[in-house]
Each structure stands twice: as C-alpha cells, then as structure tokens.
Design a protein around this ligand. Sequence first.
Ligand code: ADP
Ligand code: ADP
Ligand code: SF4
Ligand code: SF4
Length: 610
Amino acid sequence: MRVAVIDYTLCKPDRCNTECVRFCPVNRGRKGVKAIELSGETGKPVIYEDTCIGCGICIKKCPFNAISIENVPDELEKRTFHRYGANGFKLFGVPIPKEGQLIGILGKNGTGKTTSIKILAGEVIPNFGDVERQYSQKEVLERLRGTELQQYFSKLYEGKLKVAHKIQYIEVVPRRLKGKVGELLEKADERGIWKELSKELGLSNILESEISKISGGELQKFLIAAVLSKEADSYIFDEPSSFLDVKERIKVARMLREYLPSSSYAFVVEHDLAVLDYISDSLVIMYGEPGVYGIVSKVYGSRAGINNFLLGYLPAENMRLRKEAIRFHVSELPAKVGATTEIYLKWEPFVVDLKRFKLEASGGDIRRGEVIGILGANGIGKTTFVSRIAKLLEEGRENENALVKFSYKPQYISPEIFEKPTVAENLASANPSALTPGSWIFEDIIKPFGLYRLRDREVSGLSGGELQKLAVAVALAKEAQIYLLDEPSAYLDVEERLAVSKTIKRLTEARGIAAFLVEHDLSIVDYICSRIMVFEGEPGVIGRTGSPLGLREGMNKFLKQLEVTFRRDPVTGRPRINKPGSFIDREQKRIGEYYYLPLEGTVISEDDEK
Ligand code: ADP
Ligand code: ADP
Ligand code: SF4
Ligand code: SF4
C-alpha cells in the first residue's frame, strides 16, 4: 500500500511548471489513466494512490519538495484510524486507554501523537481513512464495536467521560485567557485542591500576577495545576516538562502520580526520557514517516518501551525503527573531563549586581571546542553569567579590529523573535551562505535539521519543534566565538534533541569555539557536555556558581541539592530516576554517587520501582 502526501502549504502551482503532473509516467502512458492531476476545485495536484506506481519522479521534479510517497505494509490498511484529507497525513491506530493507568506516548514529531490525543479527547472525530465524508459519532461507535476502544469512545461520545487536556504549545494561552493566576486557578478548580497544587508547584507568590506577565515555566505549571484540579475521567498532558527546570520536572512527575484520580484514564506525551519513564505505567511508541504516516505500537511496559525505542527495534511487531541504537555512557568518560585541550577563555571571580538580582561567580575557564552544561533553576542568573563571559572575551581580544561575538538562542521561542518573515530569509540574514549546498552551515546545520525543505515557509506557520530548530540554526549560523543555547531541546523529539546536540558538539570542535548549554534534560547534558557548572541560590534574588566541574562531580553537586538519585539502565545506559527512600536511592546517597556509578561491582536493581 502507498501513502502519498502533498504538503499544500509548500505546493505553489503558480510558481512552478506543474512538473509533478507533466512528468508522471502513468499520466503519460495508457490513455485515460491518471496517477496525479490538478484538482478542479483547488488548482493543486491530487495523487491517486491506487494508480500511482510509486516511481518517485514527481517527488524529485517538484521544486518545492511538496510531495512525499511511502510504501507501507498492506496489512496496516485495516488499522487506518484517521486521515487529514485525500493526500493528508494518515494515522494507523490510536493508543488504547486503560483505566487507572498513565500511558506514555513516545515518538518522533509529526507521527501523529497530538492527532491521537485529540481523537482521545473527542476534539477530532476519526474518519478511518474515508476522507470523502464526515463520520458521525454513532458511526464511529459502530466501527469500534467489539474492540477494546468501544467502551472508552461510547462514554466519551455519550458525555459520560470528561476530558481535561494540557495542550502542547502553551504560548497561545495568554492570548486567549486574561486575568490573574490565582483567580483563574480558583475558577478552574473542581476538586477543591487549587491552593494545595499552587503551593506544591511553587505558584503561591505569583497568584496576583497577570497571566500575560508570567514566564514560560510558570505558565506550564499554572496549566498543569489547572488541569489536575479538574474533575475529569480522562487526563491528557501534552509535553508537560517543556520550560521546567530539573527540580520542577521531577516535582511535576511526582505530582501527576499522586494527584491523578486512581481510576481515571491518563496519557502523557513527553520527550524527556527520564521524566517519561518516571511518570508512565506503560507506553506506546509512535513511529512512521513524519508528516506522512504514523503507526501506534503495541503497549509496552515503560522501561521496556523506552529501551526498545532507544535500541531502535520493536520486538512485538518485529519492526526496526532505525539502523543504530542510541546508548548513553554508564560512567563518566575520562575524555569528557575537558582537561586536555587548550584554554579558550579564563575568568577571575566576579560579581554582577543588577540591584534586584545579584550573581556571584567563582573563577574558571572554558576550553577550545568545549560544551559546558549549565544546570540550575530558572531565574538563577545563567543568562547573566554568559553575557558577562561574552563581554570578557570582547575586552580580552588580541586584535582590536577582530570582532568577538556572542550568539544567543533565547529560551522562549515564538515567531515574533525572528526578524524576517520566511525561514530562508532568516537563515540568509544569519549567514549569507546558509542556503548554499556545500557550505559548512548548509551541510552541518541546515540539512540535518531538515530546514532546507521548509525554506519557503513563513515562520508564523511553523510548529514549535520547527521554530526551535530554526532558532538553533540561526544562532549557530552566526559567526561568533561563544554560543549560548538556552534550552534548545524544548519541543524537539528525542532524535532531534540528539541530532541538535551532535551538531553543537561537532561545530564547536571543528571551529575551535566554545558553547554554553543551558539544558534541563539531563540525558542531553550527559550526552554532549564535557563539564558542568552548577548554579545555586534563590531564583530572582541571588545566584552563585562555582567553577566548571567534571561531569561526575557536577552532577553529584547538582543532584545532591535536589535530593534525587539516578540509576542506570543496564541495557541502554540511560539515566532513570530512583524512587525516593528506595534501597538503591539510600545506597547511592550513602556513597555520594547521585548520577554516575562505578561500573564494576555495582548492583543495579531493575524492579521498575517508582
Ligand atoms: P505529533 O504530535 O506527533 O508531532 P501531529 O499529530 O501534530 O504529530 O501531526 C501529524 C501530522 O498531521 C503532521 O504532518 C501535521 O502537519 C498533520 N496535521 C495535523 N493537524 C492537521 C490538520 N488539522 N489538517 C491537516 N493536517 C494536519
Ligand atoms: P536564568 O538565565 O538563570 O533564567 P537570568 O540570568 O536571565 O536567569 O536572570 C536572573 C535574574 O536577573 C532574573 O530575576 C531576572 O529578572 C534578572 N535580570 C536579568 N537581567 C536584568 C537586568 N538587565 N536588570 C535587572 N534584572 C535583571
Ligand atoms: Fe508544482 Fe510541486 Fe505543487 Fe506539483 S506539487 S504543482 S510541482 S509545487
Ligand atoms: Fe506519478 Fe510516479 Fe508520482 Fe506516482 S510517484 S504520481 S506514478 S510520478
């Protein structure tokens, strides 16, 4: 079976010679048979999947990369759950709800996670691939009769199942909702727990703030509290950890487990693997071709599911997801300590006094080609620190005419942060050779991030993940000596996070520059940073940081203040959060190893304790 998808936001028949239609061998062959033609209604092409032979000529000929055609196994056809229009994205299956279970949803962006959630929330009525008509709820129930989904959807459509949904792109909320945090929470509350939730989530001191004035992290916590305080039967959390620091992520994970009613249905889409692992009871993996089709896997235990995903193979469906497995380091690698390379910049202890906020930093250095991970709460002075470092570099330059520059990727991303309307214009203004094949920027950034394909898009039409990749690309494409990337992983899926991380690492090494990476996904810090700086203090009041530390020492220092220990999954090496007070948690605290464990002689309990 073939799935042919046309991205109509990219297709521009008035700016091409409709090559897709003219060169199609089926159209040119036997009279009357067409595989692709322009629709009388829209003037744009339509591909007929039953006559298309999948030769791929139209894909290559289209100057705007608007067409994707993929072969999928025939047996999937009967699992078609939804399709967005004749040549739109196709979804096979939906995650099966289980009462009293928090089901994790893990997978690449563009494989239908949000679509699945919208179906389970009753916001999208599935059409089972029949794009010609709109199914009624009654017809959907008839289709689902005798399946595991029947009961859930019957209750949903009869109005007996109430859904509370924390959406993915929280930035839209202040545009739609006005008022003070406290008042809005009180109004949303149906379980009489809003005060308790506010306190636990650290919202108490912003209850009087206008929703339009709070930070992204605060907005995220506000929404989580609002959703948890609803008296619902099905709770859905789409990426709850974006913009939260490590401490807040762990707090939210624990609160979901604690506050979700025990007999409710619950789903969470999450890309921070340690958080997903800690929150979910079981999980499904969504795979397929982003933007073309997505398949929902069978249900796996959370540990096995995440491991299968990282190893790139789903045993129950005998499906390979990618060629190579993703593995993490189990113990700190000596080469990562960063002591071997040339010093790029050295700084003496300094204080930055911004009146309301003060930052005290010890002396330190950053090596050429190094990525230093910065760990610490929001508002603790991480950005203030790096701005000062950039200034020092500027002052210490040897040749006064050589511009020393600092390039910055801010934490919160929205279309407004970009100066130009389209992807191509923003990339070209960051660096004139950004779109020239063969240039390092093109080969190392634009191509691996998949941005070339999006070059004609308006930034206002990009998804959160696409905006993030563009923002990181713009920051990296600028000629600079020091890069500060503040939370580049927000809205990126696991593979994109790793791809972006590898690019940052490769570019700093190849160009002999240095980067500071503010990151709250510890797996990513572990993956690319050579050293860590830990920021402590009181957010918004005072921040303190010592010198950069080796990974092991840095993680120990950071996690000790959070009182959280991680164990290692023996199969993939990924970090897993220990249940507080469990044997392994107590043991690791006793020996002072919060993150990396000595390999030999270590007993790792794998009993899925949470
Ligand atoms: P994920 O949450 O895994 O990133 P989504 O469910 O958001 O995936 O999207 C899957 C695909 O469906 C994307 O290619 C997206 O462009 C497409 N899509 C989403 N919503 C619509 C819609 N309303 N109409 C047409 N296509 C859509
Ligand atoms: P982080 O990067 O860790 O989130 P920042 O360095 O951005 O923290 O900010 C630390 C604190 O300093 C915040 O409370 C912020 O409001 C404050 N701050 C940042 N810039 C200024 C400034 N120019 N004047 C006064 N206060 C500032
Ligand atoms: Fe032109 Fe490509 Fe659209 Fe075909 S798919 S009409 S070639 S832009
Ligand atoms: Fe025609 Fe080949 Fe394109 Fe199918 S893949 S529409 S057969 S050109």
